[in-house]
Structures are given as structure tokens and as C-alpha cells.
Design a protein around this ligand. Structure first.
Ligand code: SF4
Length: 279
């Protein structure tokens, strides 16, 4: 059994919150470049250039990529041979979020649902924990902006809706979302499981590097077909027209109940932030 002191977890979470909010991944920069090669709208092209330049300045000057620095979504893959010592895991993560958002001058965006009173430190974080084999802990922080999250949906389709039903729902969702999720977006799709699992699959699918192939060939083909349909909508960068409405579509799927066909769409904006650490 390997011991990990939760103080180390607090430090990692603190650093990852700041890194994720300032340092967009190379995969997103490359996706901007690919989109600029194809974008036919002059305005759309200008916007893509501005978005890339904004991300470059944020990286170099270590300032937030967007004013909405998001809710702190934390994915943990906790090895079953790890013994956590020195305190409570949840408290340690919340402390890391508090410190990261304070030290990084990141906007605190979490509030009471009724009174809208701000909690003042961006907690509570949303924590998803998976117990895995081994004696390591992987922490991934994926700050999520409100504009994109608001455009996400879960629907319980009927089994007879089939693959065509998935395509119809996802493309319609992106059409209705319009400019609200600050396109170009990345569309995360969760298929199967049940109501809550499909939503988690959709969000987790966004952690795959942008531009990478889905290891499931059938899903890879479906991702390409849905992306092509989305990019025919003409919404374009920031909703001002063009062919780059989305930079990618990612799908995760698992079996489901014989009576059900759960589908979740998690819309992610171009500020496609996530960073991870392995302890
Ligand atoms: S949706 Fe994304 S780009 Fe738009 S304001 Fe929120 S975090 Fe920023």
C-alpha cells in the first residue's frame, strides 16, 4: 500500500487550476490552425485568428484565457493500492481550488442557486472519482464555462431512434445553441449507461486530445459524420457565420438497459481547458 499525503493533492489541484485557465493545450492551437485553412468566411477567419492570438497571450503572460474561469470539475483516478493520509480528500481538493482561484486571480463563479450569493472561493468543486488498479492517483482539472455548460442536454431517446436519432438530436442541439456556447465548440457525446452516466460520459469524452481518432472505428466514423453536419449549419466562429461551428465531436459509449437509449450532449467552448497530474 502506497501512502499519499493529501497536502500534495492540495498543491497539485492549486497548480492545475491556474495552469488550466491560462495554458491552452497544443491540440487546441493545432485545431485552430486546421480550421483557419478551411474557413471560407473572412470574418470567421479573422475571429479564429483573434481567438488563437488571445490564447497565445494568455499562455505567455499567464493570464486567464477567458473572464469565465469556470466551475472546477475534478476527475480522480484513484489507485486501489493508495492509502491517503494527512486529512480528508474532499477538503484537500477544495483547499486546492480555493488557493488556485485566489492565487491565480481567477473569477469565482459559484453561487447559491436561489439567492445567487457567491460562495466566494469557487467551491464546492465537482468531483468525479473512479477507483482503478495500481498505486497512483491521476488528477484532471477541467474548468467549465457557464455559457457552454448551459447549452448541454441529456435526453432519453427510445431504442428505435437508432443512430439517426442521435445525429438528429445532436445537430439540432448545436443549431439551437447558436452563438451561446462561444463557438467554435467541441461537442462531447455520451451514449448509453443510464441518465447520469450518459452525462458523465459526454463530459469525459472531452478529455481526449482534440484531433485524435476515436479508438472505436464505428464511433470514429459517427464523430466525422456529425461534425460534417454541424459545420454545414453556418453558425461559424462566435456565431457570426462560417463553416467552423465545431472543432471536433467526441463520443464515449457503454451498454444500456434494453428499454432505454440515453444520450447526453456536453457542449464545450473554444476555451477547451483541462490539465492533469499523476502522483
Ligand atoms: S462559454 Fe467559454 S468562451 Fe464563452 S464566456 Fe464561457 S468560458 Fe468563456
Amino acid at each position: 500500500m502506497r501512502e499519499i499525503d493529501v497536502k500534495v493533492i492540495t498543491e497539485k489541484v492549486r497548480d492545475l487550476c491556474m495552469e488550466a485557465n491560462t495554458d491552452l493545450g497544443e491540440d487546441v492551437f493545432q485545431a485552430f490552425d486546421r480550421a483557419m485553412e478551411k474557413e471560407e468566411s473572412p470574418l470567421g477567419l479573422d475571429i479564429l485568428k483573434e481567438l488563437k492570438e488571445n490564447a497565445r497571450i494568455a499562455k505567455e503572460e499567464k493570464v486567464p484565457i477567458c473572464q469565465d474561469t469556470g466551475s472546477a470539475v475534478v476527475f480522480l483516478e484513484l489507485g486501489q493500492d493508495v492509502h491517503l493520509v494527512g486529512g480528508d480528500l474532499r477538503d484537500a481538493i477544495f483547499d486546492g481550488v480555493r488557493q488556485g482561484f485566489r492565487n491565480g486571480y481567477l473569477r469565482k463563479s459559484i453561487c447559491h442557486p436561489f439567492t445567487r450569493a457567491n460562495t466566494g472561493d469557487n467551491t464546492p468543486a465537482i468531483i468525479h472519482t473512479e477507483i482503478v488498479a495500481g498505486d497512483k492517483l491521476r488528477i484532471t482539472i477541467a474548468p467549465k464555462g457557464g455559457g457552454a455548460e448551459n447549452m448541454s442536454r441529456v435526453v432519453m431517446l427510445t431504442p428505435s431512434d437508432g443512430v439517426e436519432g442521435i445525429k438528429r438530436f445532436v445537430v439540432q442541439r448545436v443549431r439551437e445553441a447558436g452563438s451561446n456556447p462561444c463557438p467554435p465548440t467541441i461537442v462531447g457525446i455520451g451514449i448509453g449507461g443510464n441518465f447520469e452516466e450518459s452525462a458523465l460520459l459526454a463530459k469525459k469524452s472531452l478529455l481526449r486530445p482534440l484531433g485524435s481518432k476515436n479508438p472505436d472505428l464505428e464511433l470514429d466514423r459517427l464523430e466525422g459524420e456529425i461534425l460534417a453536419e454541424i459545420n454545414k449549419l453556418g453558425i461559424g466562429p462566435q456565431g457570426l457565420g462560417g463553416r467552423t461551428t465545431s472543432l471536433g465531436v467526441h463520443i464515449l459509449m457503454m451498454p444500456c438497459h434494453i428499454a432505454s437509449f440515453p444520450l447526453a450532449v456536453n457542449v464545450q467552448c473554444h476555451v477547451h481547458r483541462h490539465k492533469e497530474a499523476l502522483i
